[in-house]
Ligand binder design. Sequence first.
Ligand SMILES: Cc1cc2nc3c(=O)[nH]c(=O)nc-3n(C[C@H](O)[C@H](O)[C@H](O)COP(=O)(O)OP(=O)(O)OC[C@H]3O[C@@H](n4cnc5c(N)ncnc54)[C@H](O)[C@@H]3O)c2cc1C
Length: 407
Amino acid sequence: MSAAGVVVVGAGLGAVRLAENLRANGYESPITLIGAEPYAPYDRPPLSKTVLLGKDERVDLKPAEFYGDSSITLRLGRRVTAVDPKAKAVTVQSTGGGDAVQIAYDQLVLATGLTSRKFPGAEKLTGVHTLRTFDDAVVLRAEIDAARTAVVIGAGFIGCEVAASLTARGVQVTLVEPAPTPLALALGAQIGALVTRMHTANGVDVRAAIGVDEIVGDPSGAVRAVRLSDGTDVPADIVVVGIGSIPVTDYLTGSGIELAAREAGGGIACGPDGSTGAADVYALGDVANWRDESGAARRVEHWNHTVDQAAVVAAAIAGGPRAPIKAAVPYFWSDQFGVKIQVLGRPRPDDDVHVVSDDGARFLAYYSRDGILTAVAGAGKAGAVMKSRAKLQTPTPIDEVLPPHQS
Ligand SMILES: Cc1cc2nc3c(=O)[nH]c(=O)nc-3n(C[C@H](O)[C@H](O)[C@H](O)COP(=O)(O)OP(=O)(O)OC[C@H]3O[C@@H](n4cnc5c(N)ncnc54)[C@H](O)[C@@H]3O)c2cc1C
């Protein structure tokens, strides 16, 4: 009987990096990526940046010939609707309809990412958007030219990037956030204030510490305004909702594969190598909630983290060298108004924050907890941020990194 090989559910960043690592580790059996979108694996970070700006189309993660050359089968426009770990098979349905088929696996990898959270009650209004897929970006981009005003609800990383891109396209943007500042939940209010300054300086109307009661439509069913919790209506030709995402796990109902508790971040519960409770089933990327060697469980929605996990799962399956998970020092970036914001480490909003340089546009800050360095965040400070990696790999007293007059 021929081997069924590795089947990956989801054909995004994690899937393609896993497949690449498997081949690099000498894995010779079939590899099949099943993806619900009609496109070969593409990169999501450009969606809120260069794609909205009209500078890029879809940015494919690999050239088309990579898949044939590496004997990797893409089954696109197909959604996995069920997983049966006992039979070692998945049920696959074409998104265009037709009969479901069963595909067998030797090892199964779940890399289904996230779906955007919708604003309740606004599902039927036109002009209200979320941004997760290339198709989302194309639909939003097509409305920008005709729009004078936009409201972005939620000032996390994607909301802030969309606000910056719409502003650059000449739209008057209001950015609404219930926390005290944009990015306060990720970086704390002190750095959030510097991000607010960047947005305000570029013409964004930042409304922080206020909620949204309703997205208001006109009689034709098009969005007209966003009603804030103080009763103010902010006019909007377009609304972009950036209020978080939900791990895609619906197809696991009845499979017995354990999900992590919502309070622990949700997603698929995994061990330190991505293994789930079911034999030969792994999960990685945005959907995966990995427990590390210390027992702490965490779900992370960042590009580099997904890439690191793909190397670990590939080594677990193919028996190659186990890549050390560089995510011991997590990294992510965000591009806003032509400035790269970069964060290394694990900042917590209640950490002590030490701003060591700030010229009004670019800044560098260290985070500490109980006197130990926990993270570094910079805007337009790539060299200084990256130089801190070694200091974050071992417990480093904050005084060791601060300039003498600040320690
Ligand atoms: C707009 C945007 C901007 C971003 N910018 C940054 C950034 O600047 N920096 C950063 O660090 N990170 C950024 N990220 C996050 C980064 O892109 C993700 O961490 C990364 O894509 C995760 O990869 P993944 O493989 O887990 O999931 P994804 O890339 O989301 O791929 C999952 C795939 O699975 C498919 N799928 C879902 N369910 C099924 C099913 N049942 N059957 C078949 N297929 C299914 C989905 O359609 C999707 O194509 C951004 C994300 C977005 C959306």
